[in-house]
Design a protein around this ligand. Sequence first.
Ligand SMILES: Nc1ncnc2c1ncn2[C@@H]1O[C@H](COP(=O)(O)OP(=O)(O)O)[C@@H](O)[C@H]1O
Length: 162
Amino acid sequence: MPGGGIPHISTGDLFRANISRQTGLGKLAKVSMDAGNLVPDELTIAMAKDRIQQRDAENGFLLDGFPRNVSQAEALDELLKTEGSKLDAVLDLEVPGGEVIKRIAGRRICRSRSAHVDEVMWTRSRGGRWKSSNAACPMRSGRRQSVSRPGRTRTWRSRPAP
Ligand SMILES: Nc1ncnc2c1ncn2[C@@H]1O[C@H](COP(=O)(O)OP(=O)(O)O)[C@@H](O)[C@H]1O
């Protein structure tokens, strides 16, 4: 929870938690997420509404990653209207394009536990091989990592040490 005791509601985190627990929602969301697409509005809106209506969010919440398009914004408006509440503030974060690209290109997701997302630094050795640093996934211990080249795929691959 952020300062002030209100829950941080991140739709990305909620999807990843569902994927980890292999829920029905997680299985459906995974298909879209693995394809690099947004999860369909119907699923996203239902999940966000359900989370917002939980008890710990009664006194407020911080939304992160939701709404992400007009129909989600309309659904949120509708929900707030029904509950007789309104948003206090919206943060518009302006990040330089280069920084955004660096972060997207450096993102790593553990293939076996999609809840493990990590931002990594990539360096290229003299031999031209890409190497990652800043690993957080427990899969790493006892295993040797084979990582994909920075670029399109951000999958974190692990294979047993020889
Ligand atoms: N509001 C949303 N609408 C649809 N899909 C979402 C939404 N929030 C998250 N997702 C799905 O979850 C994934 C991870 O979301 P997030 O953690 O916010 O990271 P990012 O969008 O930066 O990759 C998104 O790529 C998307 O597939």
